[in-house]
Design a protein around this ligand. Sequence first.
Ligand code: SF4
Length: 185
Amino acid sequence: MDERAAIDVEDCTRCSALPDSRRQIVNGVGPVDADVVFVGEAPGEQEDREGEPFVGRSGTLLDDVLAEHELDRQTVRITNAVKCRPPENRDPTTTELRNCRDYLERELEAIDPVVIVTLGKVPTEHLLDRSVAVTAEAGTSEQVTIRGATYRVLIGIHPAATLYDPSTRDTFDAVIAEAAALLEG
Ligand code: SF4
């Protein structure tokens, strides 16, 4: 079994509502030795259809900003806190986040990144285990211990937020710039 297969979720029915709402489980993409892992909330409609996280307009925006900071989608890991699309794109429940936590931890443990960048309020609060004013705190980071390993978690906003509110684009850019700087350092 290769390392990718070992961290991919092949089949899972832990969440009662999600096996019926998903087309497929959407695993993370990107190298298993990536230095940075981006963690979103959950697959949306297009991700569920294509089987890849952060595709569509949000994904294109993420790719563009990564490129502006000399980061390439092919060299970073992109994943979600829950691997299945919730019905009607609702937020994942606390139980669903808890159910899927083991898979996310397994993924982070295998990759052992230099920095984890959260994309939005749900994955940020999930990983930091506290309430977060995500726009105000974006670009700051703190240490989090997962399975005995300590990671730097950099707080970021969801790229879709910049589509709804263009005034947040500078914040999003600054987070990716900070991620690139942390990788350099
Ligand atoms: S969200 Fe995670 S825990 Fe829930 S059914 Fe999908 S893979 Fe399993």
